[in-house]
Ligand binder design. Structure first.
Ligand code: ATP
Ligand code: MG
Length: 372
């Protein structure tokens, strides 16, 4: 019978004698790559972070084994999950995914180490990982799936930033892991795009809890608390306008607080704070613009004048053929794009049919630049 002993092993900060540190765990078959230890820990939660009621919703004794957290940059996905890990009595196994994990043995090596730190998963998985001739779908994935299924310590396995995974074997492996989550444990996939799972099937089976931008946007009282904790006091009217302008986008609200703390005009902050502010423009540049190819950047920048985009419309604006293919490459059912115009910010989803409508933040004006 499966033991439910509270599973303290492996929890961040949880000093359990059964806890094995993923940084020092000796894998039977040896490491085939350099392990970046910080990827196996939830990022530290900044002092003053607002505790979200969402954490209670996540911590509820929910029978759904998969949790999908999908929202654009800065919506507080990582913060929410780190906060949950920090406050939970359950064991967490954490992997912060990056581009270099688009090698299935690297990605699954991290997952194996994260799980092994909660409860030893045995040598077979590590042997398959270390073998140069072992097949990922034929050997590594089934062994890791079986090891996850056999865990007797309930675990919350978090993979953050899964939108960075484009390798098909990596994506397929996650689908298999999703089918091997034992009762009482959970697989949490967080990222800016829909996770690489058959979500429709999981939804139909009632096996997935979905958290999206609507859930992550800060409510008015939460936004008040964020500004207060950053040492900023705004009047009722300014606060209402700022909350409306940012639509509860946590990064935007925090940047607004920094802007005010740096001496931005207090009374007009709510109406003037936007894409023209240095802090927001730097954020948009690093989180969106620098992450797409030059070709896509030029395409999006030059078509940003369109409120709606489609292949033929973009061809007409650019006076070039091929827009439909570029849009198809940019599309995804929940692929969200932000448009920063230098004066305002808009968001939109490019659908699989390759169409897109911008929804500007309140107070928007004519667009000039588009980014992911
Ligand atoms: N609960 C919160 N309390 C206070 N600030 C928050 C909270 N959640 C998010 N923020 C602010 O928003 C910023 C972005 O949050 P976070 O990094 O969690 O977003 P994300 O959705 O994981 O973004 P990305 O897609 O880039 O990984 C944080 O650095 C912080 O300033
Ligand atoms: Mg994040």
């Amino acid at each position: 019978m499966r033991s439910h002993d509270g599973g303290l092993a492996g929890r961040r900060g949880g000093a359990s004698s059964r806890c094995r540190d993923p940084e020092t765990t000796q894998c039977p078959a040896g490491a085939e790559f350099d392990v970046i230890a910080s990827k196996l820990r939830p990022p530290a939660v900044r002092a003053g972070t607002i505790r979200r009621p969402l954490i209670e919703r996540l911590a509820l004794d929910d029978s759904r084994p998969i949790v999908s957290v999908v929202a654009p940059a800065g919506y507080g996905k990582t913060t929410l999950l780190s906060h949950w890990a920090e406050n939970s009595s359950q064991a967490f196994a954490w992997v912060s995914v990056d581009e270099d994990d688009n090698d299935p043995k690297v990605l699954l090596g991290y997952v194996a180490r994260a799980l092994d730190a909660v409860q030893p998963i045995g040598s077979q998985v590590f042997e398959a990982l270390a073998s140069p001739v072992s097949s990922v779908p034929g050997s590594v994935v089934p062994r890791l799936g079986a090891a996850l299924w056999s865990m007797t310590v309930p675990v919350v396995l978090v993979l953050d930033d899964v939108h960075l995974l484009h390798n098909l074997e990596c994506r397929d492996a996650l689908s298999v892991l999703a089918d091997h989550v034992p009762p009482g444990s959970r697989l949490v996939l967080a990222g800016r795009d829909k996770p690489p799972l058959r979500i429709a099937r999981l939804r139909a089976e009632g096996r997935v809890l979905e958290i999206g931008p609507g859930d992550l946007a800060l409510s008015r009282p939460e936004a008040d608390a964020l500004l207060r904790s950053a040492g900023v006091a705004l009047g009722e009217e300014d606060m209402a306008a700022l909350h409306q302008r940012t639509e509860g986008w946590p990064a935007g609200l925090y940047l607004a607080a920094l802007y005010l703390r740096e001496g931005g005009p207090l009374g007009t902050a709510a109406v003037s704070f936007g894409g023209d502010d240095r802090l927001v423009s730097e954020y948009m540049r690093s989180e969106f613009l620098e992450r797409i190819s030059q070709r896509d950047r030029v395409f999006l920048t030059r078509t940003a004048v369109l409120e709606r985009m489609s292949g033929p419309l973009c061809d007409a604006v650019l006076e070039l053929p091929g827009s439909a293919a570029i849009l198809a490459g940019l599309a995804g059912p929940t692929c969200c794009w932000c448009r920063w115009t230098g004066e305002t910010i808009g968001t939109a989803t490019i659908t699989c049919s390759g169409t897109c409508s911008w929804r500007n933040w309140p107070g928007s004006s004519s667009p000039a630049c588009t980014s992911r």
